[in-house]
Ligand binder design. Structure first.
Ligand SMILES: *Cc1c(COP(=O)(O)O)cnc(C)c1O
Length: 361
């Protein structure tokens, strides 16, 4: 019962994204608790698979996983140092403005840093003029990590649409801003990895593809979610079910009430949207409104109602559920997991062949 996360599938997805960008390092994006799958379990599993570069959004997310990873793992903080959040020990802030850059050089002196450039998304990072103002100082900065930024990166606005003209436009802008620098460069998230080698540079930053979501069509499914049936009842033709009596039974049948609702991250927009829960290979329509803690399901066709009905499995993916709700897999994944018991399968043991160790004296 509950939300099950396959660490083996996450590691396999990481390896197959890494294989698509063989000339680059492949990082792993772990923001928002690894897209709801549990960063504390996912980070060590990806380290064991070979990942050494990790991205989170906020410093506290980085501090939570730092002790779980060996010192050679680098953890980048995409939002950089936020005001009042001084403790970045062992984390690498991504500096997104000239102001963040100059403040960071004063407060952290030799601390390693990364730079984010805005190449056309207009969301985060330095634009040309701002980069021009800090570029020389940034590229020559001496840090504990070496000279210059640990990474110079940018982010694509439309990488999930391979033919979108902003992809080559952002690529050209990134090149114009960074060609010739010695620092390692990064442009691609999951979508960018799939756009091909021009987009890979020195390091890729996949997130959603690791967790089984589009646009990585080749992904192995990662999350399964079974919901407990807490009551079943007969309904007669013409009786109505749930808030607003939004559904009327067209014939005599049977309703199962399942313990999950919008407080668990199942969007209320799924009411009347054609969502189904699965009893083995039998699809059962969700009927009536999704309420805070409960969902009602038409189980009329079943000979026996099982103790759990499945929302996510190989039969119904995160992206299928997202599209019924009018959203994207990212939002479904990051919304789940707040209240379910979560379990993780796979990769409980250390990797069969651990990464090579330094010889001991
Ligand atoms: C979230 C994020 C990623 C990962 O994106 P996916 O589409 O999930 O692969 C990479 N880079 C940045 C800057 C991000 O914000």
């Amino acid at each position: 019962m509950g939300l099950n996360v396959s660490l083996d599938a996450i590691a396999a997805n990481w390896r197959s994204l890494a294989a698509r960008a063989p000339a680059a390092r492949t990082a792993a994006v772990l923001k928002a608790d690894a897209y709801g799958t549990g960063a504390a379990r996912v980070a060590p599993a990806l380290y064991a698979a070979g990942a050494r570069d990790f991205f989170v959004a906020l410093p506290h997310e980085g501090r939570a996983i730092r002790p779980l990873l060996a010192p050679d793992a680098r953890i980048f903080v995409l939002s950089g140092p936020l005001a009042g959040d001084a403790d970045l020990d062992g984390l690498i802030p991504v500096l997104n403005s000239a102001e963040q850059f100059f403040r960071d050089r004063v407060t952290r002196k030799k601390g390693a840093f990364a730079i984010q450039l805005d190449t056309g998304m207009n969301r985060l990072g330095m634009e040309r003029a701002e980069w021009a103002a800090v570029r020389a100082e940034a590229l020559e900065a001496v840090t504990d990590h070496g000279t210059g930024p640990a990474l110079v990166m940018s982010h694509l606005a439309n990488a999930d649409e391979p033919d979108h003209p902003s992809n080559p436009a952002q690529l050209a802008e990134f090149r114009a801003m960074t060609d010739g620098i010695a620092a390692p460069r990064s442009l691609a998230a999951t979508g960018g990895v799939l756009l091909g080698p021009d987009y890979h540079f020195d390091l890729t930053r996949p997130g959603i593809g690791l967790y089984g979501g589009l646009p990585f069509r080749g992904a192995r499914p990662v999350v399964s979610l079974d919901l407990p049936v807490i009551q079943t009842r007969p309904v007669r033709a013409g009786e109505c079910v749930g808030y607003g009596h939004a559904w009327t039974a067209p014939r005599d049948g049977r309703i199962a009430t399942v313990a999950a609702g919008y407080a668990d991250g199942i969007p209320r927009a799924l009411s009347g949207a054609g969502l189904r829960l699965w009893a083995g290979d039998r699809a059962c329509p969700v009927v009536g409104r999704v309420s805070m803690d409960l969902i009602t399901v038409d189980v009329t066709g079943l000979d026996r109602v099982p103790p759990v009905l499945s929302l996510l499995s190989e039969r119904q993916t995160v992206d299928e559920v997202a599209s019924l709700a009018g959203t994207i897999g990212y939002e479904i994944l990051t919304s789940l997991g707040s209240r379910y018991p979560r379990s993780w399968t796979g990769d409980q043991e250390p990797a069969a062949s651990p990464p090579p160790q330094m010889p001991r004296p």
